[in-house]
Design a binder for this molecule. Structure first.
Ligand SMILES: Cc1cc2nc3c(=O)[nH]c(=O)nc-3n(C[C@H](O)[C@H](O)[C@H](O)COP(=O)(O)O)c2cc1C
Length: 187
């Protein structure tokens, strides 16, 4: 089973990168998945520029075909998202909008961070959006309040509560990944 960890923030100096790297490492140690990281800053998708609706799967641009192949290969997804103005960031919405069938019937978990709210509002909004492309969000999320205070010389250094919540969410993703692979095969 393959897990795609999407690092959503694209800002220079973003804390999303060390948080995403920590989570990918934790997911590898968890052992339930083969883990791949998709960093939206590196992938650098332009604002959605395909003429056909993504549901058709007809893509003109190589950047879309490449993104499609990466998402298609995944059995589960984790979105590592900041909270910007009480929402998730625009680069992540753009990356979701590019595709449709590639997301369908895949379990998705969220690692969110920000100030006191830990990105809770971003996740609530994301849960609504991912269901439009038929993803299945897991209930347990990794919420990181005051994330900047957990950055150390060695990168992101989470509290025990945050680290344990990652394992709980990964367990949930493992539970859903195989049954949903069956749903994809049947549809
Ligand atoms: C445009 C913008 C809007 C923000 N809005 C919020 C917000 O609504 N809630 C919050 O907790 N933090 C907010 N912040 C603070 C971010 O949580 C903080 O800057 C964090 O480092 C952003 O993640 P990043 O560094 O990975 O991009 C905002 C930051 C930016 C740049």
């Amino acid at each position: 089973m393959k897990l795609l960890v999407i690092i959503a923030s694209t800002r220079p100096g973003r804390i999303g990168k060390p948080i995403g790297d920590w989570f990918a490492d934790r997911a590898s140690q968890h052992g339930g998945f083969e883990v791949e990281v998709a960093d939206l800053a590196e992938i650098a998708l332009p604002l959605h520029d395909e003429p056909a609706h993504p549901m058709t799967g007809k893509y003109e641009h190589q950047h879309t075909k490449d993104w499609s192949a990466r998402v298609d290969a995944a059995d589960a997804v984790v979105m590592v998202t900041p909270e910007y103005n009480y929402a998730f960031n625009a680069a992540l919405k753009n990356a979701i909008d590019y595709l449709n069938r590639e997301w369908r019937y895949k379990p998705v978990g969220f690692v969110s961070y920000g100030g006191v709210s830990g990105g809770m509002r971003a996740v609530q909004m994301l849960k609504q959006v991912v269901t439009a492309v038929r993803m299945v969000p897991v209930g347990d999320t990794v919420l990181i309040p005051m994330a900047r205070t957990m950055l150390g010389d060695g990168g992101f250094e989470p509290t025990d509560v945050v680290a344990q919540s990652a394992d709980v969410m990964l367990d949930e993703l493992v539970k859903l990944a195989e049954p949903l692979a069956g749903v994809r095969a049947a549809s």
